[in-house]
Design a binder for this molecule. Sequence first.
Ligand code: SAM
Ligand code: SF4
Length: 331
Amino acid sequence: LFMLIDPFKRKISYVRVSVTDRCDFRCTYCMSEDMEFLPKKDVLSLEELDRLCNTFIDLGVKKLRITGGEPLVRKNIMQLFSNLGKKLGQGLEELTLTTNGSQLDRYAKDLFDNGVRRINVSLDSLEKNKFKKITRIGDLDKVINGIMVAKKAGLKIKINAVALKGINDNEILNLVNWCGENKFSLTFIEVMPMGEIGEKRSDQYMPLTEVKSLIQTKYSLTEDSLRTGGPARYVHCHETDQKIGFITPHTHNFCELCNRVRITCTGEMYMCLGQQDKADLKTPLRKSENDQLLKDVIYEAISRKPKGHDFVIERKEKEQFVPRHMNVTGG
Ligand code: SAM
Ligand code: SF4
């Protein structure tokens, strides 16, 4: 009745919310080394985030993913998980998180206790020095330990690895093997042109067709029909009995089944990751204690959700890119 349905008859059932633009890492493909973060007053409070999420649940959203920046560096973030966790089974079907893993040793058990069952952990390398090089700050041992604590706490883990040419291409097989041994799902992501990072994007770009060919030199893969409404295509890996996903925004159009919107930590809703159009939800949120104004703005914005994106990475002097950084939109 009050569902969010866009002009292409896609039902919006999944919202990704960035709870902070801050991060304890500075991954080379995501931020520049001297990234400037937003003034705190521009960022939604935990109470505002809670209210916003609850409004979406009211509007029929079934799945929430908390992301960032690094969501687990936001102060008192477990309060938000605790509040939203209470909505599980009351409209909300899944509460989940994307994290760099740096704080998992500390928070994995609380996440599980608040109803989180699956998490995505971003991990691009299993070599200590290279991991440091990619993240500029991260400590691989701490992340691996956090992942193992999370596994012990009962969380299902999916590893997301960005494929980076000349950087982690020689670790693809190792990542497949390690995830297989630990019963983690694995998804490879092509680097996307999000935000200025002070380096040329096309130098990092590695098409996932190459990643797949590399995996096939050692493992047998078959196509898997699983579609989750997200951009990933899956294959089944026989030797490890695992699904491996590929997110290839440049080579495939994945928009027909898109069921999601993204909200930045400042309360801007992006109806498509690859487009500029957005709606300001912070103003109605702060203007009125009644949620009706907010709901009206959300309905109106969903009626503008575009059919698809048009990313381009090419070997040109000036690259086309989406000027906002991934840590603001949330991955
Ligand atoms: N800090 C958390 C993390 O790293 O998982 C959550 C936010 S991060 C922006 C979400 C995902 O976006 C990560 O998996 C990261 O690898 C990915 N990402 C960031 N910048 C990207 C880019 N330019 N292209 C493709 N993926 C990117
Ligand atoms: Fe931080 Fe995640 Fe961006 Fe890396 S990808 S800098 S961990 S927000």
